[in-house]
Write a protein of this length. Structure first.
Lengths: 145, 292
């Protein structure tokens, strides 16, 4: 699916979506990913998606969340969102049971640059309203004593 | 009488064999299956005791500093002049052939040639440079390091044996030729009661393993020097210098990680590299997201 087919935002149904729009998020200072940093693959912009969970893959090298998103035009699109590996995002609160099929979730993501319906997670609002970040620990602030 | 002596001797031997050795006696209280991740950092240390003498046992973690996915800790591959490496012409040529997922010259997942994404062993010292968390055990002869990533382990000999000599295609150890291998050959020596120096030679050839996630190379001619400095009861400073005349014109320091002692009961989530899981990831995300 091309970007023209699946623009971020056109899938945000007004009465369903929390439209945050596009916000520039500087990646500097953000922790690098366990498998790849994504600077080549992902856009720096953050987009918001609201959709229904189809599958939650809790696996190495990356966890993957597949959601169905319905656009303003009524067309459905399937997005796949990449999270880091289980041992990385466990510390940030994610679990194998965090998502189940049928859950309605809201995600902030960095979409891929080529316009396809893929992205990397920035933060998640789970079906029960719980908010989680990208799952990664922040860098330690204390240096070697 | 003889029968009694024999039975007594046998009993004593059996008792000696069954008795727990010093330091490995079981706790009397039962353990618990938690937690699954090592997240204790230096900022969480409430009490520091003096460093134990010649002892680096424990589960150690450097939090996200140990991830080093953007290149080795002290020289991230971000294009800044101070992080440029002193490549030999051969080293630079080799670097340019690598298509990493990280760093200045990274490519999309579908187009990388990182051995890691085929679940090849990371090789040494790259195991020190990726998602590192280690459990260390030691006895009077050796130290075992158990790496969390892909559940790999390594031995460092501290019994006074000599460091092998690098020769063509491998090493010479006490007059005998031995092949290069993924963790090489490591010999450790206590410089003082709190500093262990470990030198490793005989690692795999440069077409089998990378130095870090950003495609920097390392060769079978490398000599890797690590220092483990036990600063206090809670802290182990782990530094590393590589000297590889085939790839780099001078030695350089790759990392100086402040490792924090973790709860001894941690039973970590595994981080195996599974070829079928890699393939599923590529099919579901990597290739498609890359536009392949």
């Amino acid at each position: 699916m091309s970007r023209a087919d699946a623009p971020v935002g056109t899938y945000m149904k007004k009465n369903m979506m929390i439209v945050v729009g596009l916000a520039v998020v500087l990646l500097s200072g953000a922790p690098l990913g366990a498998h790849h940093s994504g600077s080549t693959l992902f856009d720096e912009n953050t987009s918001t998606l609201k959709g229904v969970v189809k599958d939650w893959l809790w696996s190495n090298p990356h966890c993957l969340l597949t959601i169905d998103v319905t656009g303003a035009d009524g067309k459905a699109a399937q997005w796949v969102i990449e999270y880091q590996a289980p041992n990385s995002i466990y510390a940030g609160g994610y679990r194998r049971t965090s998502f189940k099929p049928g859950d309605t979730v809201t995600l902030a993501v960095h979409p891929v640059k080529n316009g396809r319906p893929y992205g990397r997670i920035v933060s998640s609002v789970l079906a029960d309203g719980k908010e989680l970040g990208d799952g990664l620990l922040r860098m330690p602030t204390a240096a070697t004593p | 009488m003889l029968y009694r002596v024999m039975m007594l001797t046998a009993g004593l031997v059996a008792a000696a064999l069954l008795a727990p050795a010093e330091g490995v006696a079981q706790n009397t209280s039962p353990g618990k299956w938690s937690p699954q991740v090592a997240i204790r950092g230096q900022d969480a240390v409430k009490e520091r005791k003096p460093a134990p003498r010649r002892n680096i046992n424990g589960m150690w973690n450097a939090q996200r500093l140990g991830n080093q996915s953007g290149g080795v800790q002290l020289k991230p591959n971000n294009g800044r002049p101070e992080n440029a490496l002193p490549y030999t012409p051969y080293g630079l040529e080799l670097y340019k052939k690598h298509k990493p997922l990280e760093g200045l010259d990274s490519v999309s997942p579908a187009f990388n040639n990182d051995p890691r994404t085929k679940c090849e062993p990371l090789g040494f010292p790259r195991w020190n440079h990726y998602d590192v968390g280690v459990q260390i055990f030691q006895d009077e002869h050796k130290i075992a390091m158990l790496y969390n990533y892909d559940n790999r382990w390594r031995l460092i000999w501290t019994d006074g044996r000599s460091l092998p000599t690098v020769v063509d295609g491998g090493v010479e150890a006490d007059g005998e030729f031995r092949d290069t291998r993924w963790f090489g050959y490591s010999v450790g020596k206590w410089l003082d009661d709190y500093t262990l120096e470990v030198v490793t030679v005989g690692i795999m050839p440069d077409d089998r393993a990378w130095l870090d996630n950003t495609g920097r190379p390392i060769s079978e001619q490398a000599r890797i020097t690590e220092r483990f400095r036990r600063i206090d009861s809670e802290t182990l400073e782990w530094s590393e210098t590589i000297d590889d005349p085939k790839i780099y014109t001078r030695p350089w320091e790759t990392m100086k990680l402040p490792m924090t002692l973790q709860d001894s009961g941690i039973d970590q989530i595994t981080r195996y590299c599974s070829p079928s899981e890699i393939e599923r990831y590529n099919t579901t995300f990597g290739d498609a997201a890359s536009g392949k």
